[in-house]
Design a protein around this ligand. Structure first.
Ligand code: PLP
Length: 410
């Protein structure tokens, strides 16, 4: 089965927007285009339901129901329970709140392992706990490859290790870490895992039950939806954490980790992402299936399409001896988040030429300062980042390769 790209792209207004015509979008790791189902829900909410929620009058009652529907539909797709889903303003803020909620679970001198492959969102807040008596143990990446090595992790555990924080897929290195295996290692040592799934989730929602992480976070503005962070927290953990909300919210698990009060409209509209996924499923498959099964089928479809494009891009990049690829050079264990460094050209000039070719890319360190430092890569100017998703076409990859050729050869 092949992904029907025309159908997929018809679900994203950006692809028929006149001002974007001709521009190929390769900064998806920074934020994806939103799907029309989400935009429709958001607009509708603002038009019809923008009142305080959960009163008995119809507009308010429906507003509450729409929010509930998002918790439920996201939980079903991720194969977890509704009570385990938390929506906060962003992943950075979710981790910050989480770190404060979890600190009281630990004693002075307890240890947490924090990877050096993370975006600062899943790094800084944990390291700040050093000021509150927690010993931070750093899990460095291999300088040559940028990979996190499991043998190195093995040696970092002690009988005081309480948690391991690491990314499912780094936003500059692109390698997919074996979350299940790492979680099993952590659990054997009595430690929890906190996984940043922001880089991974746009390429296919994980089956969180199968993955086995205790806490998993990602950002919905990178998965076709609103500017919110979604956090899965295994249900038995909330009761052990310190309430971060108003005192009278103690015991209300949905509130305890979201002190700011959630954005009602955006939460209500988040189920538009699932509407989109359902539409793609129904377009490609006849079989009835549970949301988790749909998700698995879609993942395969998305992955195959992305891999075909990624192979074409990596073939080109490998054929050039003036390009350094950061992270794995083949598509097996990586996602299409490809950072490159043009060896003998000024990276900013290369970037400018690419923009002239209507290529929308990223440049810089992308808040992934620690992995780049471990790899001895200058964070200024940083790397050129090419990131794409299942809605990207081979024509766009060809446009990118043509632009790269000009930028590198002039
Ligand atoms: C891998 C990764 N983790 C975390 C974040 C932070 O997410 P947010 O903007 O929702 O705080 C980003 C944002 O770019 C990211 O790429």
């Amino acid at each position: 089965m092949q992904l029907d790209l025309e159908f997929v792209r018809s679900q994203f207004p950006a692809f028929s927007e006149p001002t974007l015509k001709g521009w190929a979008f390769f900064e998806n790791a920074g934020g994806s285009y939103p799907c029309k189902q989400f935009i429709h829900r958001l607009t509708n909410f603002y038009m019809k339901n923008k009142v305080q929620v959960n009163y008995p009058y119809p507009a308010s009652k429906l507003a509450g129901e729409l929010m509930e529907a998002s918790y439920k539909s996201m939980a079903d797709y991720l194969n977890v329970e509704e009570s385990e889903i938390h929506f906060g303003p962003s992943t950075t803020q979710n981790v910050y709140v989480l770190a404060n909620a979890m600190r009281p679970m630990w004693k002075d001198g307890d240890e947490i392992i924090v990877s050096c492959q993370d975006h600062e969102a899943n790094a800084g807040a944990w390291r700040k706990l050093a000021d509150q008596g927690i010993k931070i143990v750093e899990w460095h990446v291999q300088a040559e490859t940028g990979l996190l090595c499991l043998e190195a992790l093995e040696g970092l555990f002690s009988d005081r290790t309480k948690m391991v924080a690491f990314p499912h897929c780094s936003n500059v290195i692109g390698h997919v870490n074996p979350v299940k295996e790492i979680s099993q290692m952590a659990h054997k040592s009595g430690a929890l895992t906190v996984v940043d799934g922001v880089g991974y989730a746009p390429h296919g929602f994980p089956d969180l039950k199968a993955l086995g992480a205790d806490i998993y976070l990602f950002s919905l503005y990178k998965t076709f939806g609103p500017h919110l962070g979604l956090m899965y927290v295994r249900k038995d953990l909330i009761g052990k954490m310190k309430n971060q909300s108003h005192f009278f919210k103690e015991g209300i698990s949905r509130s305890m980790l979201t002190p700011a009060g959630p954005d009602h409209a955006q939460i209500a509209a988040a189920s538009g992402i699932v509407d989109y996924l359902d539409a793609v499923y129904e377009h490609h498959f006849d079989e009835k299936a549970t949301p988790a099964q749909r998700n698995n089928a879609l993942n395969k479809l998305f992955r195959e399409h992305e891999k075909m494009l990624l192979d074409r891009l990596l073939d080109f990049l490998r054929s050039r001896d003036d390009i350094q690829i950061v992270g794995p050079e083949n598509s097996e264990a990586r996602l299409p988040i490809v950072s490159i460094i043009p060896g003998n050209k000024n990276i900013k000039k290369v970037y400018t030429i690419l923009t002239k070719h209507q290529l929308m890319l990223g440049i810089g360190h992308f808040y992934a300062v620690r992995p780049l430092m471990d790899m001895d890569i200058l964070t200024e100017p940083g790397v050129l980042r090419i990131s794409f998703l299942h809605y990207t076409s081979m024509e766009e990859i060809n446009q990118l390769i043509a632009g790269l050729k000009v930028a590198l050869d002039t």
